[in-house]
Design a binder for this molecule. Sequence first.
Ligand code: FPP
Length: 245
Amino acid sequence: MSAETVIDSSAAPRHVAVVMDGNGRWAKRRFLPRVAGHKQGLEAVRALIRGCMKHGVECLTIFAFSSENWQRPPDEVSFLMDLFLRALREEVQKLHGNGIRFSAVGDVSVLTEETQKLIRDAESLTRANHQFRLNVAVNYGGRWDLEQAVNRAQLSGDVRTFANHLAFADQPDPDLFIRTGGERRISNFMLWQLAYTELYFTDTLWPDFSEAELAEALKWFATRERRFGKTSDQLRHDSPVTATT
Ligand code: FPP
């Protein structure tokens, strides 16, 4: 399928969540250091944002750095943090110019002061943008999210409000989850929010994930029948089901 293939945007997922796996292997196959794969991975992120906007997706969440990624070699951790810092410095104006609202999701309190300030500035600059939402998960883990939401709900004195304290509480749950790099697992990403999400796995390594590959995933998504616990017969007689029903 070509990247130009038009997909009916009424069948497009509202929210796409992506685990960008395979950067290290992409680099290794080219006899390059692992970090070269991460650098190329950022190019694929740009193509992903363009593709999602073109196909009518409203919201994209990418897993840039997990709570567990600190265990990687220190050089690689520094490179990833630097890449994120540079992306914040160099890309935020472009995001803003394209009407994109940026949010960082995760425990950012352990990042450098400079990074935290750039995140705050980017979030406040883009807060009123409505064209598209980009969430970058940094030092994020689904279990961390559940724990922090429980703690905050306890502090508020009403644990029934737990879900209101989760990250992404103001956004629809992902309709489509994409994982590249061949593994078939969720790896502690959006554990609560992925409850009814369609899961798409591809062997393509993240830096090779092109607009055409995204179009393929969206085409697959459009074939899915989302039942949310109901039967097919019920769905035929119901009004259209949305992710929030
Ligand atoms: C997993 O591939 C990838 C990551 C842990 C980092 C993802 C980061 C980027 C794509 C950089 C761009 C993002 C931003 C927002 C700056 P891996 O290293 O585990 O690959 P492997 O399984 O082949 O070793």
